[in-house]
Design a protein around this ligand. Structure first.
Ligand code: JB3
Length: 217
C-alpha cells in the first residue's frame, strides 16, 4: 500500500509532480516550501510549512517525493535534501508516469522520477534521486548515476554511462557507448560523440544565431 506522501518544494517541478501524484491517486499529505504561507494551496495540494515541519512526521509512516528540480548551475538543493533526509531515515518514493515505457529489465533506484512520455529500454539502470524528464529516451544498457537530471527530449543511445550529478540539457543527443564524467553539464541541443571527462561543460557545436529578414531578396 502507498504510504502518505510529503512533497519537498513548490516550484515548477513540484507542480508537475503534484499532477502526477493526483493522476496516480497517491495520497499527498501536502508540501514543504519556505516560500509559501502555511495552509496555502498549490494545484490542490496544501502547504504544510518549511522543512522543519517534517520532524513531526515519523519516517516509517510517510514517504517523501523530491519536488526540487535542477538547473545546470544551481546550488545542488535537490541532492542536498535527498541526502539530508535519507540520513534521517526518510525514504523517497520512485515515480513512474503512466505514459512512460519502462523495460521490465530496467532498474530504477530510490527516488527516481520518470516523467511523461519517457522511454527506458532493456537493462538500463538509473541510480538514486535522478530525474528523467518529459520525453527523454534512455536506450538499452545505459547506466545513469545518482542525482542526474536528463532534461526534456534528451536522447541517450545504447550503453551510455553517466556519472553522478550530471546535467544533460534539453534535446541533447549522446551517441552509443559514450561515458560522461561526474558533475559535467551537457548544454541543450549538444550532440556528444566523444567521452566527456568529469566536471566539464559541453556546449552545442553550432554557429551563432543569425536572423535573416524573409522579405530580403
Ligand atoms: O526543465 C524542466 C522541465 N523543469 C525544471 C526543473 C527540472 O528544475 C524547471 O523549469 C526549473 O528549472 C527547476 O524546477 P524547480 O526546482 O521546481 O525550480 P523553481 O520553480 O525555482 O522552484 C524551486 C522551489 O524550491 C521554490 O518554490 C522554492 O521556494 C523552493 N525551495 C527553496 N529552498 C525549497 C527550499 N523548498 C524546500 N522544501 N526546502 C528548501 O530548502
Amino acid at each position: 500500500m502507498t504510504k502518505p506522501i510529503i512533497l519537498l518544494g513548490g516550484g515548477g517541478h513540484a507542480k508537475v509532480l503534484i499532477e502526477l501524484l493526483q493522476c496516480l491517486d497517491y495520497p499527498l499529505l501536502g508540501l514543504l516550501d519556505p516560500h509559501y504561507a502555511i495552509g496555502e494551496s498549490l494545484l490542490g495540494a496544501t502547504i504544510l510549512g518549511d522543512d522543519s515541519v517534517l520532524a513531526a512526521y515519523d519516517a516509517n509512516v510517510i514517504e517523501l517525493v523530491n519536488g526540487i528540480g535542477s538547473l545546470p548551475h544551481d546550488s545542488g538543493l535537490r541532492r542536498k535534501l535527498f541526502n539530508a533526509f535519507s540520513a534521517k531515515g526518510y525514504t523517497f518514493k520512485t515515480l513512474r508516469h503512466p505514459t512512460a515505457i519502462i523495460s521490465p529489465s530496467a532498474t530504477l533506484m530510490a527516488g527516481v522520477q520518470v516523467m511523461a512520455g519517457v522511454i527506458i529500454q532493456a537493462s538500463a539502470t538509473i541510480a538514486e534521486n535522478s530525474l528523467i524528464n518529459s520525453g527523454a529516451i534512455i536506450e538499452h544498457d545505459c547506466r545513469i548515476g545518482r542525482h542526474v537530471h536528463i532534461a526534456p527530449g534528451a536522447v541517450l543511445s545504447g550503453t551510455v554511462t553517466v556519472g553522478n550529478a550530471v546535467h544533460i540539457g534539453t534535446g541533447a543527443i549522446i551517441i552509443q557507448g559514450i561515458t560522461i564524467g561526474e558533475g559535467s553539464i551537457i548544454g541543450a541541443g549538444s550532440v556528444v560523440t566523444h567521452d566527456v571527462a568529469p566536471q566539464q561543460i559541453v556546449y552545442p557545436a553550432r554557429s551563432p544565431y543569425q536572423a535573416i529578414n524573409r522579405d530580403q531578396p
